[in-house]
Design a protein around this ligand. Sequence first.
Ligand SMILES: [Zn+2]
Length: 267
Amino acid sequence: MENSNDETDDLSKYLDCMQEIALRLIGIKLKINELKVTCYKYIEVEFICLQFRKILEFIALANLVSNKEEYAKKHQNFANHYHAKHILRDIEEINPNFYPQPIQFISTDEIPQQVADIESGYLTKEEFLHLYNECSEFLHAKNPFAAPKDLEKFYPECENWLNKIFILLYQHQTQLIDTKQYIWVDLFGEDGYAQGHVMESIFNMNNFDDNLKSHLKNYNPESEKCPDHGKISKFTSPSKLNQIDKKLIVNFECPDGHQFTREFYIK
Ligand SMILES: [Zn+2]
């Protein structure tokens, strides 16, 4: 495995991905605002779908920039039209924290000191899959026997999708694979360029059990929220390894008093 250990280099590669996304978001926005439509409306929508798909691919892959091999492998999977659901699951296996967490910088200093999670309005992982599949259908040549894609329904929804991606990424926290650093990203930072701050690791791996340490290198159980109440929950040792199903089962206790588990696919 060829890893780059240069944090600054990794960060700047991640920000390059974000810059690509930012420019494409603007491209879609301009296209939606453009009232004039070319002779064939499908061309307009196909342009938007192509940009959406590229944006989603960048979101999925950006966290892998610090590992050249993994990046290339997963990128190839997208190119080969593997099912997005499987690609995301694959990525989650190697970096459970790959999906951006939308945040809001609280302090207004040059380097933010504190952030708050954004709880709603952003593109969720489920919506990611939905949008990816929808866009793919528009981009593939139509099967003459299949019902035509509903362009009139999809076109007005584009602005909503755009806003959801914008909320997801405008300010977000993420963790690069093979690193213990979190980064806080400002999609439109100084001079309109994506900007990022590497934060010190906010968790201490020594507190976690051996199963977690060996199987989920980039996972921070201290950021796990209860699915019912959305509250940060307490990791409780030990995690159980299910070798037959290749799963790691991790236990948590919600501040409201009940227990829940999360399962991770492992290699
Ligand atoms: Zn709860």
